[in-house]
Design a protein around this ligand. Structure first.
Ligand SMILES: [Zn+2]
Length: 208
């Protein structure tokens, strides 16, 4: 009977995605980055708000629509306040929303580096022979799940593949196909390490 150590991994991507925009001041396609500032237009009943991006070379601005033609009574006062005060957490959340960015701009450069905070959940079994990793995400990330697991556990991706084929690795809720996709919140990875000679090293790398 195996003893399973449960660990939560909280993933925080390091760099926000950057849209590539045809900069009319530079005269070519350039990367733009979030300025962290919002522009809010509250004319009468209608509210618009944008996150302002700037060209990395010439500082030219581009507005990323956050709230568009919203009726004043449909917007929460706390959100309006956060927009008007350039709330850093709100600006960060929108700046990391690669999906919304891509819906406005065809080319978005993503950065797959992330910091992973590891925390043991519940009791530590006396003789650990398996791991259950639960993912939490501070922001969406472009980092593929198999790359995340390989780098954080200090193993090769082919070894992950072999574990999957032997059913020593189980990924929930969407199965092994999640390995080739960006890591998602609430994914659970179970690994049976009973027969692995370097099991203690892997468990230590996992945060156990
Ligand atoms: Zn420019």
């Amino acid at each position: 009977m195996s003893s399973i150590l449960r660990i939560r991994w909280t993933i925080a991507p390091k760099t926000a995605p950057r849209p590539h925009i045809n900069c009319n001041r530079c005269g070519g396609v350039k990367a733009y980055h979030s300025s962290g500032k919002f522009r809010v237009n509250a004319n009468g009943k209608r509210i618009d708000a944008w996150l302002i991006y700037r060209c990395v070379d010439c500082d030219n601005s581009w507005n990323f629509g956050i709230v568009e033609r919203c009726n004043r009574r449909d917007i929460k006062p706390a959100l309006l306040q956060a927009l008007e005060s350039n709330d850093p957490a709100l600006a960060r959340r929108h700046a990391f929303d690669a999906v919304a960015l891509r819906s406005r701009i065809g080319r978005v450069e993503e950065f797959p580096k992330a910091a992973v905070h590891k925390e043991v959940l519940g009791d530590r079994p006396e003789n650990t022979t398996g791991l259950e990793l639960k993912l939490g995400l501070k922001m969406p990330t472009a980092l593929r799940l198999d790359r995340l697991l390989a780098s954080e556990l200090g193993i090769s991706r082919s070894r992950l593949q072999a574990w999957d084929e032997k059913r020593l690795l189980v990924v929930g809720p969407d199965g092994a196909k999640s390995l080739r996709k960006p890591a998602r919140a609430e994914t659970t990875i179970r690994i049976d390490l009973f027969g692995e000679p370097d099991r203690d090293g892997i468990i230590a790398a996992a945060g156990g």
